[in-house]
Design a protein around this ligand. Structure first.
Ligand SMILES: Cc1cc2nc3c(=O)[nH]c(=O)nc-3n(C[C@H](O)[C@H](O)[C@H](O)COP(=O)(O)OP(=O)(O)OC[C@H]3O[C@@H](n4cnc5c(N)ncnc54)[C@H](O)[C@@H]3O)c2cc1C
Length: 459
């Protein structure tokens, strides 16, 4: 009889990254186990909810090919499962004409032959029939590759396909120990209730728990500089008579605004008559003791965020969206931020050598790339390296980049961190604490990050 505790690949963490990995491992004929600490499709991590933006417009040249490839794969997975998780509408990026991120985005569009149009204020007004207003010195960049992914539905899709290809999925299994099997090689994985599994290879996709996981569960492995941040999404009511104009059906795009702060949103889809507009930012948190945004409501940070959003909506969508009364709905979620906003995808190394692959720090912009990330993780676990097409990209996601420089990869968009710096000064910096390799403000209620662009994007 086949041993039900022995696997080729064990994946820990069933968010979008782990679920995509389990599906792709099983599809390649690997005996695969996916383990999750909570219920499947829970709302306690980063992959739940109703919408995530997909766009190819990145200032970093290495994400664009990953998005282009992922878009193809989203469509393939849709046809395998037989339902839709991706609604294509196009992407609209706005910002000052000299904004360095936007300039890099345009250059990348050219490099990667992405169809795009650069519009000035009047052209943008005409193109969007007066629905989008931008300041005089701003430009709008429209691209075809853009739209909305349905996160919870997409995770369910990966899990269903994984089962279809023979994977075993177990939830309510908190993994409390991962150790190298010194006798036969591979990895021994233990759950809180004492179940034990053996895997030839193990992939850890623990989201906001990844640093804790690596430190406590993988026996004091590497210190992963991934900071969990609790963030809120806001939905705003579209005014009567304009509801249809902002819908996916009407072709309204997903959007991002490269001002201070960085603002993003998706067209009306999940909640009729509501549009999602949010700021990329939040407060540092412990994923095991969240405030759920409630404690944050009414604090200086939240009031400031809503203030920025009101101003932005008023000046961009004018009278078509009700900014006056504030958002009508809020949802809480967690980012896993690295200092440079780039992913971590690497072997854990040390005694784990190439038995354990870690993937985390998706920094609020990873969802759209889950198909390619899953594929890379399976390639690394099974073959020790990524496919030639991704070798170039994953160089930027290595763990050792933080050894050379705690800030990670150097970026050419430094001026974009202005607001974050400003906020840190604003919230009296009583003393500094170390979080991974982050240096951060230590007042828990005021530990706010607002990102205005620099490689910290959500959409
Ligand atoms: C508000 C918000 C908006 C976003 N918008 C976008 C967007 O528009 N476009 C985009 O591309 N991306 C976006 N993102 C980012 C994207 O959603 C994340 O990058 C992605 O969901 C991360 O997935 P994950 O699988 O790494 O993490 P998670 O979904 O958190 O999954 C990790 C899983 O590991 C489990 N786990 C942890 N520890 C253990 C353990 N010890 N044992 C067993 N299981 C464990 C957790 O319970 C969890 O289920 C957004 C994120 C947020 C929060």
């Amino acid at each position: 009889m086949e041993d039900s505790t022995q696997f080729d690949v064990i994946v820990i963490g069933a968010g979008v990254m782990g679920s995509s990995t389990a599906y792709q491992a099983a599809k390649r004929g690997q005996k695969t186990l996916l383990l999750e600490q909570f219920d499947f499709l829970h709302h306690l991590g980063s992959s739940h909810g109703e919408s995530r933006t997909i766009r190819a417009t990145y200032p970093e040249e290495y994400y664009t090919p990953m998005v282009i490839e992922s878009e193809k794969q989203w469509r393939e997975f849709e046809s395998e499962i037989g339902y839709k998780v991706y609604y294509k509408t196009g992407q609209l990026d706005l910002g000052p004409a000299d904004n360095s991120s936007l300039v890099s985005i345009i250059n990348n569009c050219r490099t990667h032959s992405i169809n795009h149009r650069i519009l000035d204020r009047d052209e943008a007004r005409t193109r969007f029939s007066g629905m989008v207003e931008i300041p005089e010195n701003w430009i709008a960049v429209t691209t075809e590759l853009g739209g909305v992914l349905k996160p919870t539905k997409a995770v369910a899709m990966f899990q269903t396909l994984a089962i279809k290809h023979g994977a075993i999925l177990k939830d309510k299994r908190e993994i409390v120990d991962v150790a190298v099997d010194k006798h036969r090689g591979g990895v021994l994985v233990k759950s809180g209730s004492g179940e034990k599994f053996w895997g030839k290879k193990c992939v850890v996709t623990a989201g906001a728990w990844i640093s804790k996981m690596v430190q406590n569960v993988c026996n004091g492995g590497v210190n992963l500089p991934v900071q969990p941040v609790e963030t809120s999404l806001f939905y705003w009511k579209i005014k009567e008579g304009y509801e249809v104009d902002f819908t996916v059906g009407a072709g309204f795009p997903s959007f991002a605004s490269y001002g201070d702060p960085y603002i993003y949103g998706t067209p009306a889809l999940e909640f009729p008559g509501l549009i999602k507009v949010a700021v990329h930012g939040g407060r540092e948190c412990d994923p095991d003791s969240r405030t759920w945004g409630a404690a944050a409501a009414g604090t200086e940070g939240t009031t400031m965020v809503i203030g920025y959003l009101k101003e932005w909506i008023k000046s961009t969508f004018g009278d078509r969206v009700n900014w006056e009364d504030g958002p009508v709905m809020r949802q809480s979620c967690m980012y896993s931020l690295t200092p440079d906003g780039d992913f971590v995808i690497d072997f854990l190394g040390g005694e784990f050598n190439e038995y354990v692959v870690v993937a985390g720090g998706f920094s609020g912009h990873g969802f759209k790339m889950a198909p390619v990330v899953g594929r890379i993780l399976v390639d690394l676990a099974l073959g020790g390296k990524a496919a030639a097409a991704q070798e170039e990209e994953i160089k930027h996601f290595k763990l050792r980049r933080f050894e050379d420089n705690p800030k990670g990869n150097a970026k050419a968009f430094e001026e974009q961190v202005r607001l974050r710096m400003m906020l840190q000064q604003l919230h009296t910096c009583k003393h500094q604490k170390k979080v991974g390799s982050f240096s951060s403000v230590s007042e828990p209620d005021e530990n706010v990050h607002l990102h205005s662009g620099i490689n910290h994007y959500t959409s």
